[in-house]
Write a protein that binds this ligand. Sequence first.
Ligand SMILES: NC(=O)c1ccc[n+]([C@@H]2O[C@H](COP(=O)([O-])OP(=O)(O)OC[C@H]3O[C@@H](n4cnc5c(N)ncnc54)[C@H](OP(=O)(O)O)[C@@H]3O)[C@@H](O)[C@H]2O)c1
Length: 333
Amino acid sequence: MNGSVNRQILLVEKPSGKLAPEHFKLREVAIPEVRDGEALLRVRYISLDAANRAWMHGATYRSAVEANSVMAGGGIAEVVSSKAPTLAPGDIVFGDTGWQDYAAVAATHLTKMPKIEPTTHLLSIYGVAGLTAYFGLLDVGKPKAGETVVVSAAAGSVGSIVGQIARIKGCRAVGIAGGKDKCRWLTSELGFDAAVDYKDGALFKALKAAAPNGIDVYFDNVGGDILEACLAQMNNRGRIACCGAISQYDGAPSATGPRGVPGLIVVKRLTMQGFIVMDYMERRNEALRDLQAWTSAGKIKVQEDIIDGLENTPRALIGLLAGENRGKRMIRV
Ligand SMILES: NC(=O)c1ccc[n+]([C@@H]2O[C@H](COP(=O)([O-])OP(=O)(O)OC[C@H]3O[C@@H](n4cnc5c(N)ncnc54)[C@H](OP(=O)(O)O)[C@@H]3O)[C@@H](O)[C@H]2O)c1
């Protein structure tokens, strides 16, 4: 990369169907000037998240990404220069850097991060993925020892951590993932008690075998048919933590919702609660203490899927939506 040039990946068109490489374009511009209150960042790692695709549908908990703008995305970056009193050159920060080499960002929109090795853990276990798994499972799902916890997209960044925390809390952990290899990995490497391949065509039956005592907590990353299958197998007073709906992101959302809403929620006295990890940021240190202790004791295995090169970011996101990744996918810029 030329040191005076800023490469950026633009979203040139919002997809109406599946996301494809032609929706993006790489361009080279000058490195931005820093204004008062901002820091100039050299982006080191860009986080790839299923939510990147959801932002193209419209405003959610954040504004929508628009055509002909730098694609939005979280990243870990190093401060190059600063016109903000709270940041100095060499500091490591997390923020919405976008898909580019350099960004000028207001310090108030950045979180200063500790310098740890490997740095990539700031995006996986100690980043949004780890915090989402921690608060979504423990605060929303409220699992008790001996209960059965089911998580979908279980081999992904959030799901792989959810299942491991469920085990730490003395629960039976059941993962739902696409393909035999991923399912084998969940049980043999990550210690899940059972895994269900939703692409095998017999989800309901396989889930029943994997969770013979029914489901007490369902951590829902995907919505759609998998949510419907889990709803039908929930135990009375079970909890559903609604984390995301990947099955609805890449294309037009399905016209009908899962059957069982609200009927099964009433009859089984279920609690179904959505959450956004940002709401828990004041309690971040509490989660980091536990996640650090579990990781250093070997109770959580951190899986990262690191791809080199900014130019590969579009393909890496398209691949994530198609299930290529295991654990936290990111780009090393
Ligand atoms: N609420 C919050 O604050 C918050 C924060 C972060 C993330 N999230 C949500 O958490 C979920 C996980 O996101 P992530 O970025 O960490 O992604 P991820 O789990 O790392 O990767 C996505 C995985 O989803 C699976 N998938 C894709 N399409 C699917 C479909 N139609 N049905 C079932 N599984 C499908 C794929 O694995 P397979 O091979 O198994 O299909 C893929 O590997 C998303 O819903 C995201 O929006 C929420």
